[in-house]
Design a protein around this ligand. Structure first.
Ligand code: GLY
Length: 353
């Protein structure tokens, strides 16, 4: 079968952009329809690349996440070389301090070791895990880099265009009804994250996360208090190389209710300053929120759909930034080469019946 050359990607977040770029590099003509670029979950994330710190226990998901973490350095380099925009990739390692002693494994650091590795931790920390291969990317810089790369490559990015209805005739999508009129292509990719259910009956719901950042004063940048991510029992703390410290996140089932709440911000600040008391003197830089695309089993929905010319790339829940490179590669393989990697077997929409 010949590959579809004209492709519409619905959704302009990290997954939509990464996939569009991959397909464009293969020779496709790609249009991205994006309802609101600024609302994409990728802007709200912390950018952790943390398959181990997140303790992903389902084998198929862990395989997918580890494969994506492996791709990260070369993938970021590729995007940066096309865009000329640094994405802030930093394999800084992730330290996971614990207040109570869990079952230990090879990565366990006893109390004296963890306090030596990271000074300033709460005295109540009894030990923790060290994951040197985990790390971070500056997710907002990554989105800027992806956007610029897409523009350099000639991807047609239409921001502010809402898809209202996906029309089909039997098993084929015929066209999209959008806020700017009808649009059609040979193939469609759904990458609409938390908003996916507005277009298809698909098992993805929003899970709100509130976040905030602190800023380290410029005179202290040579000696940033943190040089690794802290993934605590109740909070994560992500130091950026530009002196910002990102703190997250709440996890709330409140639909698309916007805004930070005093309770949410208080919860983040209490947990962060408990884990790393030095933070209490730093000024608050920003507060924000976003909506994770959550599925019932917390695995993404990737690959073929009920329609022969629609491919699914949604439901990445807590791991959209991490999974962008592998999603882009696997979805491009499906769409362009009609190759379905074994990694996709457990990610099928059909698992929900
Ligand atoms: N990946 C971290 C979060 O979703 O909060």
């Amino acid at each position: 079968m010949q590959a579809a050359k004209e492709i519409i990607v619905i959704g302009g977040g990290v997954i939509g952009l990464a996939t569009a770029i991959e397909l464009r590099l293969l020779g496709a003509e790609v249009t991205i329809l994006c309802q609101d670029f600024q609302a994409a979950a990728g802007h709200a994330a912390a950018g952790m690349l943390a398959p181990q710190a997140e303790q992903i226990s389902i084998g198929s998901m862990l395989d997918l996440c580890l494969a994506s973490r492996e791709l990260y350095p070369s993938w970021v380099q590729k995007i940066e070389s096309i865009s000329g925009v640094d994405a802030g990739y930093w394999q800084c390692g992730i330290l996971a301090p614990h207040y109570t002693q869990p079952e230990q494994n090879a990565q366990w650091l006893a109390a004296p070791t963890i306090h030596r590795q990271q000074s300033g931790l709460s005295e109540s920390i009894v030990g923790g895990y060290w994951y040197p291969a985990d790390g971070q990317v500056n997710n907002r810089a990554l989105l800027r880099s992806l956007f610029s790369a897409s523009q350099s490559l000639g991807v047609n990015f239409l921001d502010g265009v809402a898809v209202k209805t996906i029309h089909h005739s039997q098993e084929r999508i015929t066209h999209l009804e959008t806020s700017e009129g009808n649009m059609s292509a040979q193939h469609y990719i759904l990458a609409t994250g938390a908003w996916s259910q507005q277009l298809l009956p698909i098992e993805v719901v929003p899970r709100k996360g509130q976040m905030l950042s602190l800023s380290v004063p410029p005179e202290q940048w040579d000696h940033l208090p943190l040089q690794q991510v802290l993934f605590g029992e109740e909070i994560y703390i992500v130091p950026r190389q530009d002196g910002k410290i990102v703190i997250g996140a709440t996890s709330e089932n409140v639909g698309f209710t916007p805004q930070n709440t005093s309770q949410g911000v208080q919860q983040l600040l209490n947990a962060a300053t408990r884990l790393f008391p030095l933070l209490q003197d730093l000024p608050i830089h920003e507060t924000w929120w976003g909506f994770r695309p959550a599925t019932p089993d917390e695995l993404p929905i990737l690959g073929t759909s009920a329609y022969e010319n629609l491919t699914l790339a949604t439901g990445h829940y807590r791991n959209g930034i991490l999974l962008a490179p592998i999603t882009a590669k696997l979805i491009a393989d499906v769409v362009w080469h009609q190759q379905v990697d074994d990694l996709l077997a457990a990610m099928s929409w059909e698992r929900f019946g």
